[in-house]
Design a protein around this ligand. Structure first.
Ligand SMILES: [Zn+2]
Length: 491
């Protein structure tokens, strides 16, 4: 008995030792670089220029006839007034009527150009919520340390900070060796016609890009409760999207002599099976890359778990499934969004219809999701088809994290935000950037604007705003990234 006890203690001791050994050497992937130069930023002017940009209701609609081209054109003119050096130095072209493509030819044609991008359009204000805005959504008010208005965080702060950085670089007499593009889309929130046209135009000119940088959400100062540091996501891929229409057909008739299963009942059962059988979570892929960068920065407990996935994978999978944000990063999601059937209480409906939207994880595909849906529904009476007139899209390719561009961006983040933890990340939403994978294998998405989670949640919602104090650092980041990208880049 005693020997058995010693054996158990010994085995436990060995297990603990193994756990600690595996947790300890998780070496940090964060870079330490010397502090960069102090840059003088015209914070007041920058704040005014951003506030002014929010006074243009550059709303995009899926129904293009509802868009107001005049508002976009006056916004273009506003940019021209606000950034005269950019407009005097870079060539500006209009793409798909309302998007803008700026070109700054470099001195060295052997270097592949870089392209930064963002979007000028914003989502509409819902009539029902218009009265709940503290300040008018298109007023561009500067109050309480914030600039308020629709588009403040998505995505005008980003594009104004990029333009400001380029404007000041030109004033300092800077000229890149590498050619440089800036693309500003006009319909990112709806169809991305502008982005598709810009990619087609660049393709027709034989342009191959070194890297692309688009919006990435923001740097979260309170990103994780177990991490007392800013979380800086560098998005390397985005999920795809497909909607399926499920139609169950039965025989219409009087409800006094119903069939055993009506079309509505058959469809309901199919929907329940789909919700109950999500596609499997994948803790490899992009989640793995995120954890590789995050884990070494965490306190010992979580590090112990993440360093020993051979033992903790099952509990970790359980934990992941409990949080819908984390869960959405780890699997192709299933969301039942429309259910329709029946018109009258005493009439058995002939047909029932559901729409289910899936956001597709890199590694899965539109066809793979279709097979999963058909297999799970497993009922010949339910027709499954891609929702007519919808545009299914597969997940984007995953951009490299061993490229010179990735390390250049990472080094610049480390210089300007030394306290931040950079993580390669997956985006659950779609951006214009997905089209640019045709021009480079290095498409990244990052917004160097420090915000709280709460601020980010206001994007597309009520009382959108951006903290004034976060803007100068964003401009400094873009200035330094411009310099670091202007010549040959080191891996
Ligand atoms: Zn956006």
């Amino acid at each position: 008995m005693r020997r058995f006890g010693i054996g158990v203690v010994g085995a436990l001791g060995l297990l603990v030792a193994v756990l600690f050994v595996r947790a300890a050497p998780l070496t940090s992937k964060q870079l330490r670089v010397p502090p960069g130069p102090r840059l003088t930023i015209d914070t007041d002017g920058l704040t005014e220029r951003l506030a002014g940009s929010l006074r243009f209701p550059t709303i995009s609609y899926r129904e293009t006839e509802r868009m107001d081209p005049a508002v976009f054109r006056s916004f273009h003119a506003y940019l021209e007034r606000s950034f005269p050096a950019v407009h005097a130095t870079l060539e500006r072209e209009t793409v798909a009527d309302l998007s803008l493509l700026f070109t700054w030819p470099g001195r060295d044609p052997s270097l592949r150009p870089v392209l930064w991008m963002g979007h000028m359009d914003v989502v509409p204000i819902e009539d029902a919520s218009a009265s709940e805005w503290i300040y008018p959504p298109f007023g561009g008010e500067i109050r309480d340390g914030f600039i308020w208005g629709r588009g403040a965080i998505d995505d005008k702060a980003d594009i104004i900070c990029m333009l400001e950085a380029i404007e000041r670089s030109i004033e300092r007499g800077f000229h890149p060796d590498r050619s440089f593009y800036l693309f500003l889309g006009h319909d990112e929130e709806v169809q991305s016609v502008g982005a598709e046209a810009a990619v087609a135009l660049l393709e027709s000119r034989g342009v191959e890009l070194e890297y692309v940088l688009d919006e990435g959400g923001g740097f979260l100062v309170d990103g994780l409760s177990i991490l007392d540091r800013t979380l800086a996501p560098l998005v390397i891929a985005e999920k795809g999207s497909v909607s399926f229409e499920l139609i169950a057909r039965g025989t219409a008739g009087h409800s006094s002599v119903p069939p055993r299963n009506t079309a509505a009942g058959i469809l309901a059962a199919a929907v329940v099976r789909l919700e109950g059988n999500p596609m499997p979570a994948n803790l490899g892929g992009t989640v793995r890359l995120t954890l590789d960068f995050l884990a070494p920065e965490l306190p010992f407990g979580p590090r112990l778990v993440l360093g020993n996935l051979w033992l903790f994978e099952t509990p970790l999978r359980y934990f992941v499934a409990q949080d819908r944000v984390i869960d959405a990063l780890a699997r192709t999601t299933t969301a039942v969004t429309i259910l329709q059937s029946g018109v009258k209480a005493n009439v058995v409906p002939q047909e029932a219809r559901a729409v289910v939207n899936h956001r597709i994880l890199p590694g899965d595909s539109v066809e793979g999701v279709r097979k999963h849906v058909v297999r799970t529904v497993d009922d010949d009476r339910v027709e499954v088809r891609i929702l007519p007139r919808s545009k299914p899209r597969g997940p984007s390719p995953v951009s490299r994290i061993d490229s010179a561009a990735f390390s250049t961006i990472q080094r610049t983040v480390a210089e300007r935000f030394p306290e931040a933890v950079l993580i390669p990340a997956l985006s659950t939403g779609g951006t214009d950037a997905r089209f640019f994978h045709r021009l480079t294998d290095s498409v990244y998405r990052l917004t160097p604007i420090e915000v709280q989670r709460e601020t980010l949640q206001r994007a597309h919602g009520l009382n959108e705003r951006v903290p004034v104090a976060s803007l100068p650092r964003a401009v400094a980041f873009y200035s330094r990234l411009m310099e670091a990208s202007a010549g040959p880049m080191l891996p």
